[in-house]
Design a protein around this ligand. Sequence first.
Ligand SMILES: [Zn+2]
Length: 563
Amino acid sequence: MRAPLPLAAVAIACAPGDRTSVPPADLVLRGGAVYTVDAARSWATAVAVRDGRIVYVGTDSVPRGLIGPSTVVEDLDGRMVLPGFQDGHVHLVQGGVELGECALFTLDRQEIADSIRACAAAHPDAPWVRGSGWELPAFHQANPSKELLDSLVPDRPAVFDAFDGHSSWANTKALALAGITRATPDPLDGRIERDARTGEPSGTLRESAVALVSALLPERTDAELLAGLKRAQNLANAAGITAALEGWTSESNLRALAGADSAGTLTLRVVAALDGEPDSTGIDGLTRRLATLRARYRSDHVRPTTVKLYEDGVIESGTAALLAPYLDRKDDAGKPIFAQPTLDSLVGALDRDGWQVHVHAIGDRAIRMTLDAFEQARRANGARDARHTITHLQLIDPADIPRFRDLQVLANFQPLWANGDEYITRLAEPQLGTARSRWIYPIASVVKSGAVVSGGSDWSVSSIAPLDGIQVAITRRAPEDPPRTPWRPEEVVDLPTAIAMYTINAAYQLGHERETGSIEVGKSADLVVLERNLFAAAASEIHRVKVVRTLLEGRTVYQNKLR
Ligand SMILES: [Zn+2]
């Protein structure tokens, strides 16, 4: 469902056959399948760009004068042009840093062990062996042991974050340095996994317990953060992405983003979601701190206009807040991070200060509490064009689905996750039962309700490629799966909807839909050229379609060398 655009979508400047003289363009792409994602979802074959802006969208018979002596004219040979993809939730700096370290990202326990050994060997002098990306289903009950990690890294403390950042895996030396023993109580909003017989910490830490060890790790330097950002933006541009919401931004991450922008090396538009966790200074201290960051770090392509809150964890490790208990955990429905009165005060204060609030909510209770908080903020501060967003949205109670539209709250899904894989079938569904499992990732239901639905990757949690997400949104099967019945076919969306989620709707979420998100005269030339027309490809082949070229403001920021 596309965003209700406030401007009457900009008209095509020159109708086919119009031969009025215009100044020459810098670049003309023609002979393509240009899907504009404008209000009428119209098609064209040519686009022209001058000074970074789109100056013509139409047929190949371009207006007289548009092609001058210095205009670069390229024949697309039937390739597809779309607005540059936009990612409504990603972790660029953090993901890029992790990419340069020991990144596991595999379900194969042997490969995990080999990678960890290789990382330890590659950094013999590092005081810690650290890395990320272990997949929960690789271990019994998503619970890897300290003994296994001891066998791989016996000489130094070692800690590895899970792929989703909600769990970490520590060896005996790391647990000892953190002072975690049988006597250590679980921290608020966290859990130290323990041996069922002895009560000894077993090596896996959940949610806030992760920080007991991670707080001991050396801080990343600004140079490391900047290098991480460069790695991430190259990957994003190669996937056709020209804008993104940085899903959690510390001040040092913001410094990296703003630094890259002022050096002219940032090749993405970034809306930064600042860390909204209150400290001992309370909500007043938080709002003062945030106001300073907003004033200090705004630049051409970086807008710190959003605040990120977490309201729960994840279903697979039993940390999502549910309305009814997990089936395998008697009486335990998971705990929300903020109690309702605190969440209401926090969201109310941020809304009052003009922030867009972006909340991680996965369980049906956390989602309902977040909607309640948005409703309360509207009542307290008055309705405004706030574009508050809930991200991840794994299990939505059907009674809450219409509330997204009613409260003008955006739904940011990670469609790639809605694929019926082991996370769902082995870890989530058995804990939820059949009736509740119907409402896992109900993307089509939220679209049909009339809410604005955007797409995002949550990279480095999962693939950054929008084409992977688009394919799964329309097939509800993993990208590499052979064509077969969709998992929960009632929640399949069509291709135009899936494309809108990653273009105009994400642009609306990011607050720059007047500037980007569709191919229309007057907008910035943020474009992606694809090897093939997605509408002519088999659904199961979409993830194989190559990104040929990505342009930001008319400048090529990625070109496929295979071309
Ligand atoms: Zn995230």
